[in-house]
Design a protein around this ligand. Structure first.
Ligand code: PLP
Length: 345
């Protein structure tokens, strides 16, 4: 087989969700936008539904409609982007719950689908999505008569618990929603970890379920194993790959593995990243190309059949640090070419 193998441990995913649910005061939903952070929204959401999750969040109605096919009629599917022009049929036919972000969306929703459930997203300072406090003040009374299912907002700095933005957003959210008798949700993974003040009636973790920071106790969910296509020996002074970026300092054995930046193995991961042969780290030699990576396996003393990129020895957050990005981007970049194996769940 020429492609890398991406193994997704649904048992670990479920254990991570359960861990976050055990910390959460109220209901624990799950965020499965962007195809379940790149891991397969259907597989991920079905495993979590079996584990007890009853509410899922996606970014756009199209994701929600696809997820409905996977989950059947019962679970609640909430849509962060709300009710966009042209979405009414999809929202109606697949039973989605838009999180309404503006007065325009509210009017669109109640005109097109009177009586159809919706939630409201409020902006508490992130300035990304949701009604501003003044907008909310203007329509709250009318909106509340329609019985919204959820009032939510999103934290901008939840991965930095000491950041004053967290307390400021919490205070703003309380002020906008206190005493209205509608279920509330503020916490992503970072918000769950900040404790019960942030939990309200529903938490909505994403990255922690998938094994990423800031949930330090998460079990790793993804493993990537890349097949070696061929190995060759270099004399000192010979070079590897584009722009001759690696020069052999000694007699060197190079393994060429079948994967590259088209598989989300970002070029910027380059020099700091190792591939593992069992427990032995082997440095990347030269530039990562679109479909291929050179790896210095000299110190192994034998030619490996495959090398591990992600797993016990190297997490999505190690890779993220190496490429100056975040675990979320590593996961959602992984791409379509791997053969995917699902374990457990
Ligand atoms: C992506 C997202 C989440 C989940 O965030 P994590 O940091 O992955 O836990 C929750 N709420 C909103 C609005 C989001 O966009």
């Amino acid at each position: 087989m020429g492609t890398g193998t991406l193994t997704i441990d649904l048992g670990a995913l479920c254990a991570n969700w359960r861990g976050l649910a055990a910390m959460s005061a109220g209901e624990t939903a799950a965020v499965v936008k962007a195809d379940g952070y790149g891991l397969g929204a259907g597989k991920v959401a079905r495993a979590l539904a079996r584990e007890g999750a009853r509410t899922f969040f996606v970014a756009v109605a199209e994701e929600g409609a696809a997820l409905r096919q996977e989950l059947g009629p019962d679970p609640v599917i909430n849509v962060f982007s709300g009710h966009m022009p042209g979405d009414a049929d999809m929202i109606h036919d697949t039973g989605l719950v838009p999180m309404i972000n503006s007065i325009d969306q509210l009017i669109r929703h109640v005109e097109a689908l009177p009586g159809h459930p919706f939630g409201i997203q409020l902006d508490t300072g992130m300035n990304r999505l949701g009604m501003e406090p003044a907008e909310w003040a203007a329509v709250a009374e009318v909106a509340l008569e329609q019985n919204p299912t959820l009032l939510m907002s999103h934290l901008a700095c939840a991965d930095e618990p000491a950041h004053p933005m967290n307390a400021a957003q919490l205070a703003s959210f309380r002020e906008l929603t206190e005493g209205l008798g509608i279920p509330r949700s503020l916490a992503n993974t970072g918000g769950v970890l900040m404790g019960p003040d942030y939990h309200f009636e529903m938490t909505r973790p994403g990255i922690g379920c998938y094994g990423g920071l800031p949930f330090v106790d998460a079990r790793p969910v993804v493993q990537i194993e890349l097949p070696v296509i061929q190995c060759r020996s270099l004399e000192p002074g010979e070079t590897v790959g584009y722009a001759n970026a690696f020069t052999a300092p000694r007699e060197t054995r190079i393994a060429t593995v079948s994967a590259g930046y088209a598989d989300g193995i970002l070029r910027a991961l380059g020099p700091k990243t190792h591939l593992y042969a069992g427990d032995t780290p082997c440095p990347i030699a030269g530039r990562i190309s679109m479909d291929l990576i050179g790896v210095d396996v000299t110190d192994l003393g034998s030619d490996p059949a495959s090398l591990e990129l992600l797993g016990r020895h190297q997490s999505i957050d190690t890779l993220a640090d190496n490429a100056d990005t975040i675990g979320y981007e590593i996961l959602t970049s992984l791409g379509a070419r791997y053969s995917r194996r699902y374990l457990g769940g």
